[in-house]
Design a protein around this ligand. Structure first.
Ligand code: MN
Ligand code: MN
Ligand code: MN
Length: 374
């Protein structure tokens, strides 16, 4: 460790963080500023979009618009992290910037009326490069897939749980940064973990989840490890999801599940369309086994872990409360998923066409830039 001083001469380091062209890669760079009390104090900045699959070299500049401010748990106070939206030429947003839709969907007016609240369970696998240079989950015998998944879920012990230092350090840096993290647990597949963010309203929840994903990879980096967000990295073992727990005014003030059932039936109507927007390769995960639902068929039920929507027993008993969309994949964009769920259940499907169109434009452009099967 370098012997750096804590005296920054009144200056503040701000790390600007943004989503790159794959829609999942996070990028960041830092600069020196003097006064940072709120996001409004932060200047718009820019970066080379051609290095993140987002622009051509001939006109490569993409603007960074600071939107959500956090404390920097790595550099310590008074330094900051800021999540940014990305914009081209002062007005057109980059195709992967789905926050531009979420901003409209979760406008003050909509939030005031419907009070949408979310809690997301983000699953992931921790990996480290092996001698062959390929990513391999922590604790697995090199090149060999585990044959059982018995004692790993919420487990303890050296042959059951791998990477706890990373999951725990992530938990602490989330709290220090101001991310609304709810908890963590070891998952079913060896080296698989979960953290939860929320419960909170739409836009804040989505910003927190993206910041938590960056913090997780930043922590893993210090251990020489990486985070795998693929929904089904290994056949025959549990994949990774992002269960999305959800309530709103109507579901919370419901009598005997009448309004809640209506909402779930509205989600059914959009099932086929939403499945294309809930994360790539999710069809490999949602196979109806390994505690998942079917990709093709919508189903809901009380306490049912093979359902698309699970109604918790407490919600059923009280006749009101929250429910869980078990379909979203670990690599989904929360701005997309939360916007779609809220719109289908409370806004008569407003914005769904635009989001779908925007998503298709994004994947088309991404595949052009990165090549198929990137
Ligand atoms: Mn969970
Ligand atoms: Mn889980
Ligand atoms: Mn769950």
């Amino acid at each position: 460790m370098l012997n750096t001083t804590n005296d920054q001469n009144g200056k503040i380091i701000v790390e600007y963080i943004w989503i790159g062209g794959s829609g999942l890669d996070l990028r960041s760079k830092a600069r020196t500023l003097t006064k940072v009390d709120s996001v409004a104090d932060l200047p718009i900045w820019n970066y080379d979009g051609s290095s993140c699959w987002q622009a051509d070299t001939s006109s490569s500049e993409i603007e960074l618009i600071p939107v959500a401010l956090y404390d920097d748990p790595f550099r310590g106070k008074p330094n900051k992290l800021v999540l940014c939206e990305t914009r081209v030429n002062n007005q057109k947003y980059t195709p992967g910037n789905f926050r531009r839709f979420a901003r409209q969907v979760f406008s003050d007016e909509n939030v005031k009326t419907h009070n949408p609240l979310f809690g997301i369970e983000q699953e992931y696998i921790i990996s480290k490069r092996n001698k062959e240079g390929e990513d391999w989950p922590l604790g697995w015998v090199d090149g060999k897939k585990p044959t059982e998944q018995a004692y790993h879920y919420c487990g303890v012990g050296g042959k059951n749980v791998f990477g706890r230092e990373i999951a725990d350090a992530h938990y602490k840096v989330c709290l220090a940064a101001g991310v609304g993290i709810y908890g963590i647990n070891a998952e079913v597949c060896p080296s698989q973990w979960e953290f939860q963010v929320g419960t909170t309203s739409g836009l804040k929840l989505c910003d927190d989840l993206w910041m938590a994903r960056w913090l997780l990879q930043r922590v893993a980096e210090t251990f020489g490890c990486d985070i795998n967000f693929h929904p089904k990295p290994f056949e025959g073992l549990n994949g990774s999801g992002a269960h999305t727990n959800y309530s709103n005014t109507k579901s919370s003030e419901d009598k005997d599940m009448v309004e809640t059932t209506k909402q779930i039936e509205n989600l059914d109507k959009y099932h086929k369309r939403f499945m294309k927007l809930y994360g790539e390769d999710n069809n490999k995960r949602l196979v109806g086994a390994f505690e998942t639902s079917s990709y093709d068929k919508f189903k809901y039920g009380v306490m049912d872990r093979s359902a698309s929507i699970r109604i918790p027993q407490t919600t059923k008993d009280r006749g009101c409360g929250y429910y869980e969309d078990r379909r979203p994949a670990s690599n989904m964009d929360p701005y997309v998923v939360c916007s779609l769920i809220f719109s289908a259940t409370c806004l008569d499907g407003a914005f769904i066409d635009e989001i779908e169109e925007g998503y298709n434009e994004f994947t088309k452009r991404r595949d052009e830039k990165m090549g198929k099967g990137h």
